[in-house]
Design a protein around this ligand. Sequence first.
Ligand SMILES: Cc1ncc(COP(=O)(O)O)c(C=O)c1O
Length: 449
Amino acid sequence: MKSYLTRRGFMQTAGAGAAVLGLSNSRPSARAFASGDGKPALLGGTPAHKGGWLKWPQWREDWEPEVLKVFRSGRWYRGSGKQVGEFESAYAKLLGARRCLATASGTTALMVSLHVMEVDAGDEVIVSPYTFIATYNAILNAKALPVFADTDPATLTIDPSTIESRVTSRTRAVMPVHIYGMPCDMDPINAVAARHKLPVIEDACQAWLAEYKGRKCGTLGDLGCFSFQESKHIPSGEGGAITGMRDELVDKCASFHDCGRPYGTVRGSGQFTRGNNYRMTQVQAVLLAQQFDKLVKETEIRRANADHLSAGLGKIPGITPVRLPENSRAVWHLFPWRYDAQQFHGLPREKFIRALQAEGVPCSGGYHEQYYDGLIDEAIASRGFKRLFNAERLKAYRGSFQELKGNRQVCETTVAITQNLLLAERGDLDQIIEAVAKIHTHSAALAGS
Ligand SMILES: Cc1ncc(COP(=O)(O)O)c(C=O)c1O
């Protein structure tokens, strides 16, 4: 049986990558070929990768003095200290945004942005279906309908050409999602939104420092939303942010997220206006502010290692790395590829995933068709939604999920590994490529087992 990656090919690719990166951990090791053409682990062979992967999140002792200082000060709430404000200025600077507002989470960042963009009960928001469920829920929380545009199977992000046909008289906003840290193709998205005078809210909850045509995600639409939840590249347990280029919009966000207190250009009569408490605490802010250098450095490592994986995996028939929009740079919260079972003797994706896991490579199928999970059905069957939308619209809306052919294809054929694997040594990354090549070589036996 033939392996698609010769030992020399491995060494050359790994060596070139190491030179570009200048990383001390980039040695192409003999360990990468430990199991060579051997039997897949699922059939009793030796796993391609032994030992674990980097644990996430990470804690650094040198963050502790600043964190303790806040705890000891007793000034924990944003109104009684300056750390949240300092974090906001620094994060805005890091992204090249005019302003930033810290929030309690990514979900609350989305909720505040939707409110400020005047998404109201009975409205519709055009959104990517290929996302974490919080994106759907933030829209439903506003008693608005998440209307799904299709996913482009090549990019895994919203297909801009499928937005316009979804615009109705009730559409109030467009919400592209830079999923897995891969920038959406924002120029055509902004163009269609502008044609219909719709604001664009970027769900950049997985896209810290991702870039599109020289600008960072979160600065490409009207408002951008970020998450700092524990699994994220820059985590604080919970936490979020809204970025924007227009003062009056971010002032509105600031007021609404702080119980409707007057803020900046939002003065009203000096009284509270409508709003809720979606504030970040000082402790979250000091934790986040100390991670900027780490984020920047690790982003470069993930990028270089993702390029290395794309080059290696892309040589294996049936594995297609994701295409990014021209002149854009992803940050890879997950590193996905598309899997073609036909090129693996019909080995079902679920079994491919099991086989790869058995090789010591944690992986998953990414998001599934969540609009069939009952969450949307429950929402549109509720008293409120039935009052807000007529039966005909809700029926057509529910029926329209069938049109999401690109998204279905993506949900059925994607395989992904998480970001912490991209911080591993080159030798370990080569073992991922080796594991997939091994599964391919033995796919007939695996499919029949
Ligand atoms: C794409 C996306 N949107 C929204 C959210 C919500 O963020 P949070 O968990 O901070 O509320 C997340 C978090 O995982 C996300 O990945």
